[in-house]
Design a binder for this molecule. Structure first.
Ligand code: 13P
Length: 282
């Protein structure tokens, strides 16, 4: 069932678990994630960065792949197609028009007033079409696709102002996580995370899920995180499996075998992540 993220994330916030957001890169990954989510009977968010959408062919192609697979594979669990780090109003509107059920508008590089103006325009359009909107406050650092930069933590005041001025459905406050692998241990601001969660009625999103130790993931969920974004982790797991496969068999040339050699590793890792995200479930 194709849905927006609103209900699934509110349920996660109420019941102390996190819905996984897995970034997709191609048809095969989408298929693996959908199959595993159906097997585990969990709602799932397919995160699509602008770079990944371009690589796949465009927003319409992404939607066709997801809806086609859902039909052919008989997927019954709730699935959201979510634009990850939409960089402009235009990009978000195009994704919505193509059939995305959820978008993130990331105007976090602008001053708060400008972030609010941009986010509000996306919310107004998205809500007319039943599409949910996530926005970012502060700035999540690290490297991912074309997103780079240093972190700037969110303040409670800015989170309240952004929420009240825009009516967003979920919020991604920068609280020390980064995209990609961490240099050393992550240093998440759990006190602020809990305060934001207790103050706002909307669910909190944690970006940069890769490399955060399990105990910190559990603590983040306890503090109110309802959606956790995972990208690099699955990329690393898949690449390792494919690299080993190619090293073992120098004669293989069938792309289905090459790409598919990462399937079991991705699926196993998804299961571990899903179990971790559900440990505190009430
Ligand atoms: P990682 O690549 O660190 O898992 O972060 C993913 C993410 O936050 C996507 O928005």
């Amino acid at each position: 069932m194709l849905v927006n993220t609103k209900e699934m994330l509110l349920d996660a916030k109420r019941n102390h678990y996190a819905v996984p957001h897995f970034n997709i890169n191609n048809l095969e990954w989408t298929k693996y994630i959908l199959e595993k989510s159906e097997e585990l009977k969990i709602p799932v968010i397919l995160g699509v960065s602008e770079g990944a959408a371009k690589y796949i062919g465009g927003y319409h192609t992404v939607v066709s792949i997801v809806t086609g697979l859902m039909k052919d594979l008989g997927i019954t669990v709730p699935v959201a197609i979510h634009l990850d780090h939409g960089s402009s109003i235009d990009s978000c509107l195009k994704a919505i028009d193509a059939g995305f059920t959820s978008v993130m508008i990331d105007a976090s590089k602008y001053p708060l007033d400008e972030n609010i103006n941009i986010t509000k325009k996306v919310v107004d359009y998205a809500h007319q079409k039943g599409v949910s909107v996530e926005a970012e406050v502060g700035h999540i650092g690290g490297t991912e696709d074309n997103i780079t930069g240093t972190s700037l933590n969110a303040t409670l005041g800015d989170c309240i102002t952004l929420y009240k001025s825009t009516g967003i459905d979920s919020i991604a406050p920068a609280l020390g996580s980064v995209h990609g692998f961490y240099q050393g241990e992550p240093n998440l601001d759990f006190v602020m995370m809990r305060r934001i969660n207790e103050t706002l009625p909307i669910p909190l999103v944690l970006h940069g899920g890769t490399g955060i130790p399990n105990y910190d993931i559990e603590k983040a969920i306890e503090c109110g995180i309802a959606k956790i974004n995972i990208n690099t982790d699955l990329q690393a797991v898949w690449s390792k499996a494919v690299r080993n496969f190619l090293l073992k068999d120098e004669k293989v040339y069938d792309p289905r075998k090459v790409i598919g050699s990462g399937e079991d590793s991705i699926k196993q890792r998804i299961e571990e992540i899903v179990v971790l995200f559900q440990t505190k479930r009430g």
